[in-house]
Structures are given as structure tokens and as C-alpha cells.
Design a protein around this ligand. Structure first.
Ligand code: ZN
Length: 136
């Protein structure tokens, strides 16, 4: 497996409308994209911080995993996403080492990336995502 950098940090928020001004007006970052990911029942907003992005996640339904996360743990850091050259190979590699997977195969995420999640039970409490840009 080859992790090149942290692709993004996912942060759960109740409201993009309330959260975006903090990142723009206080931190001086620019929101360059707002996108709804229907199958994950979230609306996302992206900011670039060097090579890494911040992905704000607002639930669009009470059944969203983000809604459940906020209910249980409050707003805050939700996951860390590592950029890898192949999501499938990385999943196979960690699964062979006994890591529990949420996704056994890559699926489509925001920004046209292929993504998959590892189970936080196997990752010392941090929900971990692998991302691969199929354009690269
Ligand atoms: Zn993510």
C-alpha cells in the first residue's frame, strides 16, 4: 500500500450554512465546492488546505450515518481520508492483516473519487477512508 498524503479530513456539522462562515471568515479558507452525495445522505462542502482538503459533512436525513454520529458524539472530526494509488489493493492488504472493512470494494464518493471505509473498531477509534483519484 502506498499512502501519499492525507486527502481530506471529514468533519461532521449540523449545518453547512452555519459552518462555512467559520472556515471562510475566521480561517480565511475558500469553499470551492458544495455537493450532495445522495447515497451517503450528506451534503458536502470542500476547502483546500495545501494538498489536503477539509470536507464538511451535513446530514440530509436523520438516517444518515452523519446524523447518527452527531447525535452520539456531537459535531467534530468524523474521519481521516488517505490518498492511495489503489483502493482495492489497499483494502485487500489491510483485510489480510485482520482489519475489519466497512466497504469490501471501492464505491463512488464526492469529487469523483473512488473511496472505501475501514471499520473504526479496527482503526483505534478513527474512521479511516481510502481515496483514489481515477483521473490520475
Ligand atoms: Zn471523506
Amino acid at each position: 500500500m502506498n499512502i501519499s498524503h492525507i486527502e481530506h479530513l471529514g468533519i461532521a456539522v449540523k449545518s453547512l450554512e452555519q459552518a462555512i462562515p467559520y472556515y471562510e471568515e475566521i480561517l480565511g479558507l475558500k469553499c470551492y465546492s458544495v455537493e450532495e452525495v445522495a447515497d451517503q445522505k450528506v451534503k458536502t462542502a470542500f476547502f483546500k488546505v495545501g494538498q489536503t482538503k477539509i470536507e464538511l459533512l451535513e446530514p440530509t436525513s436523520p438516517e444518515s450515518t452523519i446524523a447518527k454520529f452527531i447525535e452520539k458524539r456531537g459535531e467534530g472530526v468524523h474521519h481521516v481520508a488517505f490518498a492511495v494509488d489503489s483502493v482495492q489493493k489497499s483494502l485487500d492488504e489491510v483485510a489480510a492483516k485482520g482489519v475489519q472493512l466497512i466497504d469490501k470494494a471501492p464505491r463512488g464518493g464526492a469529487e469523483g473519487l473512488n473511496i472505501a471505509f475501514l471499520h473504526p473498531k479496527s482503526t483505534i477509534g478513527v474512521l479511516t477512508e481510502f481515496c483514489e483519484n481515477p483521473q490520475q
